[in-house]
Ligand binder design. Structure first.
Ligand SMILES: *[C@@H]1O[C@H](CO)[C@@H](O)[C@H](O)[C@H]1NC(C)=O
Ligand SMILES: *[C@@H]1O[C@H](CO)[C@@H](O)[C@H](O)[C@H]1NC(C)=O
Ligand SMILES: *[C@@H]1O[C@H](CO)[C@@H](O)[C@H](O)[C@H]1NC(C)=O
Ligand SMILES: *[C@@H]1O[C@H](CO)[C@@H](O)[C@H](O)[C@H]1NC(C)=O
Length: 397
């Protein structure tokens, strides 16, 4: 049998990480630095994995259940494949047992857990070996941002029930945002207070991924948008398309953030996109912002010289997602506009067509510089709105 090319490591969605110095019940919250790649606009973290620790870049995937590593040349002494007759292999959706001639290495073992998954880079199934290893993690306890401590992967258990994203808007190599696993505190300097208590909250809906039927991917995260406003004016459309119907179509979900998804910008069903562009343009024109000829893939562009800069600049009408329970996600200029040239900026929302898929798919550009908390245990989605309004951001040194 051929040797699978990748070793997925269980990470926060597959197994629990606990400090050897800690009591065994609850893992300490940990934080992963998130950077934005300038050429692909992908968000990624750098993991320090194995013994001795090796640095590897891992792209962020909101839907993925496993952490993938290319194991060519991977030579960690603490790496263990998961046995194919184990309960952990079964829980991961066992696809078979590995068998390999040739020198033993992470990608060539016998009787290891084989799983079939869709990788984040190609939209097709591939087989892979499930293994585990140690990871260097950063704890959020008692510190401003991070401190370094060594954790040991213990045993399969419940994955953390809460994680939070603070995606950076800057792709400067020296700037980074954060992925928090296991809860707060969420400290964003120069604010001296933990953001946990000031987050707005709404119901989080979790649904198995639409590709789960054919693979082993994780859950997708939905929120319930009940109306959309431009500043304070509701836009008019048939709101029945916001609901999730009995076949699972419709609704508002977060994009996976991976390369093969339409990750970067938010997609809207045409029945929302068209009135939104119309109302946004009207409100922008009221502010003396001049229209420009749209450039693909955008539906509305403006003369950048007529747009003033504001606190959460550029100063354009806010796009407000009204969520179940009335919490309002205000998407300010920094998250709604895209600079396409010196003289032009465009509305960073795209026409998703009028098919039967998801009605709204929220992209990374709209998530940047907002703290977003996904709490599966309490089924709540918490959000800060633009941290730029608090003199803060998700791009820190
Ligand atoms: C797997 O088992 C076969 C048959 O017993 C053996 O020839 C082969 O060397 C083993 N492979 C590894 C990587 O140990
Ligand atoms: C979304 O919210 C509306 C209004 O509160 C409610 O009627 C509807 O059932 C909710 N949809 C889902 C999928 O929870
Ligand atoms: C809204 O759309 C639904 C389903 O597409 C349709 O049944 C309903 O009649 C529409 N309502 C209005 C007011 O157009
Ligand atoms: C924001 O930060 C700048 C520089 O860090 C400071 O001069 C300014 O007073 C701050 N504004 C607010 C509203 O905190």
């Amino acid at each position: 049998m051929s040797s699978p090319p990748l070793v997925p490591l269980f990470l926060f969605f597959g197994f629990i990480l606990a400090s050897s110095a800690m009591a065994t019940d609850k893992p300490a919250p940990v934080v992963f630095p998130i950077k934005k790649d300038a050429s692909t606009n992908q968000y990624y973290t750098t993991l320090r994995v194995g013994t001795p620790p090796t640095s590897m870049n891992a792209v962020l995937n909101l839907v993925g259940r496993f952490t993938w590593l290319d194991c060519d040349g991977y030579g960690s002494s603490s790496y263990h494949p998961i046995h194919c007759e184990s309960s952990r292999c079964e829980a991961a959706g066992r696809g078979g047992c590995t068998f390999c001639f040739g020198p033993a290495r992470p990608s060539c073992t016998n009787d290891s857990c084989l799983i079939y998954v869709a990788t984040p880079f190609v939209e097709e199934m591939t087989s892979s070996v499930l293994g585990e290893d140690v990871l260097v993690l950063h704890s959020t306890k008692k510190i401003k941002h991070t401190s370094r401590s060594k954790f040991r992967a213990l045993h399969a258990a419940q994955p953390p029930r809460v994680f939070a994203l603070c995606l950076p808007s800057s792709s400067s190599r020296s700037r980074r945002g954060d992925l928090y696993a296991g809860g707060g505190p969420y400290m964003r300097p120069p604010n001296k207070h933990d953001l946990t208590k000031s987050l707005l909250r709404t119901r989080l809906l979790v649904r198995p991924s639409s590709i789960a039927a054919v693979s082993n991917e994780g859950d997708e995260y939905f929120i319930n948008v009940t109306a959309i406003k431009i500043d304070s004016a509701p836009i008019t459309f048939n709101s029945s398309i916001l609901a999730i119907d009995k076949d699972g179509a419709g609704g508002t979900k977060f994009g996976t953030l991976t390369p093969y998804s339409r990750a970067l910008y938010t997609f809207l069903h045409s029945a929302i996109f068209n009135p939104l562009v119309e109302e946004f343009t009207k409100k922008a024109t009221d502010r003396k912002i001049k229209k420009a000829t749209p450039v693909s893939p955008f539906g509305a562009c403006f003369d950048a010289r007529t747009v003033r800069s504001g606190v959460a600049s550029p100063d354009v009408p806010a796009i407000v997602l009204v969520l179940r329970g009335d919490a309002q996600w205000r998407i300010e200029g920094a998250n709604s506009m895209v600079r396409v040239s010196k003289d032009m900026m465009c509305l960073g929302f795209l026409d998703g067509g009028s098919g039967v898929g998801t009605t709204i798919e929220i992209g990374g550009h709209q998530m940047e510089d907002n703290l977003l908390e996904f709490a599966m245990g309490s089924s709540t989605f918490g959000f800060s709105n633009s941290l730029l309004l608090r003199n803060s951001s998700c791009s820190h040194l």
